[in-house]
Design a binder for this molecule. Structure first.
Ligand code: IMP
Length: 191
């Protein structure tokens, strides 16, 4: 089965292909979809469906999308759906310091460091059928960066499953326990 991945992110595309073996996965750009879909949803799932539906409608092919982010218990689930633009949205004056530095500043003096990554995946078919799944990875937020791998919040996220940060883990180790890996595995079961 051919699926269009509603993402321009090559890391995600590679992960989709590694996990959904047996499916031919092409990028949205390769399927002729070049626009950006605005992520206006209030939940990860809403945003994943916004992207998957738009790409499915435009290409006439089954479309797969994901939306993910970091949720910190002591911050009421923030940065959540704003993970990618956390500092830009809430500290526009000094957003250049970056999301991770901003998060650590927000958590100064906070003892409860519990956090989890969430990923929602949505798959939309041209005949209107829709499937979705969610995956989580639990851990805690460190006080400083550890490790050089991964991206985004990985260096400050100490994984419960691995005992090291996602930035210290190899790609295979991270994929095995990551929110995205788990969401895709659950979607595969549904398929
Ligand atoms: P999106 O799913 O492409 O909208 O990305 C959401 C944002 O959440 C990213 O820009 C990162 O800041 C954060 N994020 C999502 N997954 C991960 C991960 O596996 N490691 C580190 N940060 C992540």
């Amino acid at each position: 089965m051919k699926l269009v991945a509603a993402t321009g992110n090559l890391n995600k595309l590679r992960e989709f292909r590694e996990i959904l073996i047996g499916f031919e996965i092409v990028s949205a750009a390769d399927a002729g979809f070049l626009s950006e879909v605005e992520e206006t949803g209030k939940t990860f799932s809403e945003n994943a469906f916004l992207k998957a539906r738009a790409v499915c409608r435009a290409t006439g092919l089954p479309a797969l999308a994901d939306d993910s982010g970091l949720c910190v218990e002591a911050l009421g689930g923030a940065p959540g759906v704003y993970s990618a633009r956390y500092a830009a949205k809430f500290a526009p004056a000094d957003w250049r310091a970056g999301n991770r530095a901003f998060l650590l500043r927000q958590m100064e003096g906070i003892e409860n460091r519990r956090a989890w990554f969430t990923c929602a995946v949505a798959l939309c078919f041209p005949d209107g059928r829709e499937l979705s799944a969610e995956g989580r990875a639990y851990g805690s937020i460190l006080h400083e960066n550890r490790g050089t791998g991964g991206f985004g919040y990985d260096p400050v996220f100490l994984s419960d499953d691995l005992g090291v940060t996602f930035a210290e883990a190899s790609e295979e180790e991270k994929n095995r326990v990551s929110h995205r890996g788990r969401a895709l595995a659950a979607l595969k079961e549904l398929l």
